[in-house]
Write a protein that binds this ligand. Structure first.
Ligand code: CA
Ligand code: CA
Length: 202
């Protein structure tokens, strides 16, 4: 009996050792890469910055010259931001391929949509995403006075698809100042356009 017990004990100890060795080996094979940070656009009115982690792209959009808090407004006069991605990078709006991220009207939660064409989109939630949105009115490094700040957190495997770049357009709406588009408001019929985009390389 004594011998069997000690044999079992010794096997368990060597199993633990093997397990530890495997854990250590996996740690070496799959190193965690450092977060990458950058600025996509910044001027006196607006800023878009990002942090790319192993799991998420975190995009922060700020209206830097708006000091009236309309982020929770239930009227149409709301401080509002969002962006669209030309997923297949062909400058065209492609149904059920290209994506839009913004905020659900009158609520502080995220709206994720497929674009359909220049005019239309699927409606919030039809594109099932694990992305989230944090709506704030606060000071940041870029502006010391409280202002509208939207933080989008998007799983990178939903949008980067193994690539290291995105073609994007950004839309800001301030209740006081109206709409601003980046890189530009393209003069074409419709609301959605990828004729001009900002190519972000991470
Ligand atoms: Ca405002
Ligand atoms: Ca496209």
């Amino acid at each position: 009996m004594k011998n069997i017990f000690s044999a079992a004990l010794s096997m368990s100890a060597s199993s633990s050792l093997i397990l530890l060795t495997i854990v250590a080996a996996v740690g070496v094979v799959l190193p965690q890469t450092a977060d990458r940070e950058g600025t996509i656009l910044t001027n006196q009115k607006h800023a878009v910055t990002y942090v790319l982690t192993n799991d998420n792209l975190i995009l922060t959009m700020e209206i830097l010259d708006d000091f009236s808090d309309d982020t929770a407004s239930k009227s149409k006069a709301v401080d509002f931001m969002g962006f669209e991605i030309d997923v297949n990078q062909n400058k065209l709006v492609d149904k059920n391929i290209d994506l839009a991220f913004a905020r659900v009207a009158y609520e502080s939660r995220i709206c994720t949509q497929y674009l359909y064409d220049r005019q239309g989109s699927s409606g919030c939630g039809r594109y099932r995403s694990k992305a989230s949105l944090d709506v704030n009115f606060r000071a940041t490094e870029k502006e010391g006075r409280p202002h509208p700040v939207y933080k989008f957190t998007i799983p990178r495997n939903e949008i980067l698809l193994g690539k290291n770049q995105l073609d994007m357009v950004f839309r800001f709406h301030s209740a006081d100042k109206g709409y601003t588009y980046y890189p530009a408001k393209v003069n074409n019929p419709g609301y959605h356009s990828f004729v001009e985009t900002i190519r972000v390389t991470f």
